[in-house]
Design a protein around this ligand. Structure first.
Ligand SMILES: Nc1ncnc2c1ncn2[C@@H]1O[C@H](COP(=O)(O)OP(=O)(O)OP(=O)(O)O)[C@@H](O)[C@H]1O
Length: 272
């Protein structure tokens, strides 16, 4: 199990101050959902956590390791413990389901993609890939090309690929935003089941308040680059959550009117 501690984190894109002295701690094994309007900085925070973006100041400590100062092999080693699930699945569409899942383990090694392509992965790795596919109920699609799957099926394959890594922490950035409500619930059910089975820590951004309330142990809310709401799920009150979507929500100062046009799903259905 792994914990995350973020202290005084600041991230700029040019002159745009996106993460503004942000503080947040997540305990080992906790399931935390992050809510916030479009453009408030959620994805930027996720990228900093995963080492894909480097903040200008502050620290992110995952267990004993500071992600913000780690480089090269050290950073790669930290990132091996972090599984990511994206809105757009990030599968290789022309590879089969099995090859994509294999890539979760082999892709991190030198020549990994080539190994997957030539099906030269070791027997135990291939067995683990089939086990992960069975876990997400996609073993019967192992030979299918990913491009031929529905969105919900692709996200299940992405979860299987993430399981291949045996991560300790899951970062999920809007994992159901591209799915219809039924497929979205199936994916959230599956994601939370595997997280609980393996005692993983999970930090997940969502736009749907009802989903947040169905799955999270704790809900945190972000507004204009800062954490402004932090509560256990059971005591999260709707009025405070509604405030996350009112006033100056974006870090770039665009109006909430522009915000609504930019993304119709800006507000969770229950609040809008
Ligand atoms: N690579 C980048 N370069 C410059 N600006 C960026 C970059 N990435 C994000 N931004 C800007 O940072 C701000 C925050 O974006 P971010 O994607 O973190 O918000 P978000 O809360 O995840 O939004 P959404 O819910 O719409 O995904 C936005 O104004 C965005 O345009």
């Amino acid at each position: 199990m792994s914990s995350i501690t973020i202290r005084n984190l600041n991230k700029y894109y040019g002159a745009l101050h996106v993460l503004r002295s942000l503080d947040l701690s997540i305990a080992s094994g906790e399931g935390v959902v992050l809510l916030g309007a479009n453009g408030c900085g959620k994805s930027t925070l996720m990228k900093c956590l995963n080492g894909l973006e480097t903040p200008q100041s502050g620290s992110i400590v995952i267990d004993q390791n500071d992600v913000t100062t780690a480089k090269g092999l050290r950073l790669r080693s930290i990132r091996r413990d972090i599984g990511v699930v994206f809105q757009q699945f990030n599968l290789v569409e022309n590879l089969t389901v099995f090859q994509n899942v294999l890539y979760g383990a082999m892709g991190q090694r030198r020549g990994g993609l080539l190994t997957v392509w030539n099906s030269l992965a070791p027997k135990d790795t291939r067995e683990k890939a089939m086990h992960c596919l069975s876990r997400v109920r996609m073993a019967d699609k192992a030979s299918s090309r990913c491009r031929d799957l529905s969105g919900g099926q692709q996200q299940r394959v992405a979860i299987a690929r993430m399981l291949m890594q045996s991560p300790k922490i899951i970062l999920a950035d809007e994992p159901v935003a591209s799915l219809d409500p039924k497929a979205g619930i199936e994916v959230m059910d599956l994601l939370w089941e595997v997280v609980r089975e393996h005692n993983m820590t999970v930090f997940c951004t969502l736009h749907q308040l009802d989903l947040a309330q169905n799955y999270a142990d704790r809900i945190v809310g972000m507004k204009a680059g800062q954490i402004v709401f932090d509560s256990s799920n059971s005591s999260a009150d709707k009025e405070s959550l509604a405030q996350l979507y009112q006033g100056d929500t974006r870090v770039d100062g665009a109006s909430s009117h522009e915000n609504e046009y930019a993304a119709p799903n800006n507000r969770p259905a229950e609040i809008a």
